[in-house]
Design a protein. Structure first.
Length: 79
């Protein structure tokens, strides 16, 4: 992550129903922040990346169908 000045990475999940304190849905979401923070999806470095995946796996229900367009559009917006 030497290419990034603040060492932060926005992390998104797709095709799931998050059950997080600040983000919960009965519907399948096709783009949601893995850290559960809709206002700031960024995490700090590699430890933040691994922690957000672990948190999301423990606090989400995998669901379908999987649609990639919302995630791709959000990536374009971030870039």
């Amino acid at each position: 992550m030497a290419y990034d000045h603040d060492k932060k990475v926005p992390m998104y999940g797709f095709g799931g129903k998050p059950k997080m304190p600040n983000l919960s849905s009965e519907k399948t979401l096709h783009c949601f922040p893995l850290n559960g923070n809709v206002n700031d999806p960024e995490v700090d470095g590699m430890n933040g990346i691994l922690s957000s995946y672990k948190y999301a796996i423990q606090n989400s229900i995998f669901s379908g169908p999987t649609l990639f367009a919302p995630l791709i559009n959000e990536t374009i917006n971030v870039a």
